[in-house]
Design a protein around this ligand. Structure first.
Ligand SMILES: *Cc1c(COP(=O)(O)O)cnc(C)c1O
Length: 385
């Protein structure tokens, strides 16, 4: 079967077989438009309704608070641009962080060109924001706080509950990009006082091109996509029924397995880090060892180019990444690592391995052995120069 070791689950995941199975009937059998009157449309509409409840349940939301989108990027765009458009009378100040995904950062940059004032909170060496700095940043003009639930590069989990309390106390809306967290760590929109939450199907064993924006009841954002009356008039476009059904199934499975798999994947992660510390002692682990996504391993190896390591790893059948799915050559060294105080050289020598419950200890051991060989090979070349 597969002849590679897949360690890039933060970039995307394999669709789970159970997910694919529930999607299949909605391509060639119940392919009706869920908005239609006839029976195949009706069964599609019913399936969408069920999936809406399934994805909502995982964050303690109501079915009617879920709006399906084409993924995490669209949800982030919609949340931030929607709040800015809706509340521009009230204020023009947005608070976010320096370590957000580009779907958030570039949306904020776009809004800055259109009159928004954006504060980008700094992070400490572990990728953690300071709640004091957050509170100090709030002004009477502040309309939105957007802080990711967990970082996609270094896995740092942000203190959502505390952020939500601060946002609520100051009567400011709170959006979180939960794409890396949804289905991986517990999330609760009530307890965490979250007003808007972005999630994506393909980061938890669901299909690509489907996601949702949760918007607290009563918070009516203007549409990002104008069109027909789908999603209660808030998001035009014929619903991606197979994708929605698949994401619902992925959410059900994640909910049932969250605790056990969380622990299992975290144990794999800790084993990975142990192996690295043994075989490549000069490697430095980035991020925190406590508030960390179960599947994230992010390391800096001195005197190597991450890009070269990745190419050699690929030749040996190991899929990893340099920190984000976006190529370094396009974006330069990781903005996350730079914000954490690393040098450009350190950022360029950084690798991300992201694990899933499908990985095994044997795969991890093999990957670290190969990694150690690749690194010593590169170091030898360097010595000869
Ligand atoms: C992957 C990712 C996104 C983008 O989601 P898509 O569904 O691929 O558009 C946004 N934010 C974070 C943190 C991500 O990891």
């Amino acid at each position: 079967m597969k002849d590679f070791i897949y360690l890039d689950n933060a970039a995307t995941t394999r669709v789970r077989p159970e997910v694919l199975e529930v999607m299949l009937p909605y391509f060639c059998e119940d392919y009706g438009n869920p908005a239609a009157i006839y029976a195949p449309g009706g069964s599609a509409a019913k399936a969408v309704g069920l999936a809406r409840r399934q994805v909502a349940e995982l964050i303690g939301a109501l079915r009617e608070e879920i709006y399906f989108t084409a993924g995490g990027s669209e949800s982030d765009n919609w949340a931030i641009r929607g709040v800015y458009e809706k509340l521009s009378e009230k204020g023009n100040h947005i608070i976010t962080t320096k370590v957000e995904h580009h779907a958030v950062l570039n949306t904020c940059k776009y809004l800055e060109k259109n009159g928004a004032k954006v504060t980008y909170l700094s992070v400490d060496e572990y990728g953690m924001i300071s709640l004091e700095e957050l509170e100090r940043a709030i002004t009477p003009e502040t309309i939105l706080i957007s802080v990711m639930a967990a970082n996609n590069e270094v896995g740092t989990i942000m203190p959502l509950e505390r952020i939500g309390e601060i946002a609520k106390a100051h009567n400011v809306l709170f959006h979180t990009d939960a794409v890396q967290a949804y289905g991986h760590i517990p999330l609760d929109v009530e307890r965490m006082h979250i007003d808007l939450l972005s999630a994506s199907g393909h980061k938890l064993g669901g299909p690509k091109g489907i996601g949702f924006l949760y918007a607290r009841k009563g918070l009516k954002l203007p549409p990002l996509i104008y069109g027909g009356g789908q999603e209660r008039g808030r998001r035009g476009g014929t619903l991606n029924v197979p994708g929605i059904v698949g994401m619902g199934q992925a959410a059900v499975m994640a909910m049932a397995e969250l605790k056990v798999q969380g622990r299992q994947v975290a144990a794999l992660r800790d084993y990975f880090i142990q192996c690295i510390q043994k075989e490549i002692p000069e490697a430095v682990v980035n991020g925190t060892l406590t508030d960390r996504l179960p599947g994230n391993v992010n390391i800096t190896i001195p005197r190597v180019e991450g890009e070269s390591v990745l190419i050699l790893l690929d030749q040996r059948g190991i899929c990893a990444s340099s920190g984000s799915a976006c190529s370094m050559s396009q974006d330069g060294p990781s903005h996350v690592l730079l914000a954490m105080g690393r040098s450009e050289e350190q950022a360029r020598g950084t690798l991300r391995f992201s694990l899933s419950a499908e990985n095994t200890e044997e795969e991890i051991a093999k990957a670290v052995t190969v990694l150690a060989e690749v690194v010593s090979h590169l170091h030898e070349i360097l010595l000869k120069k």
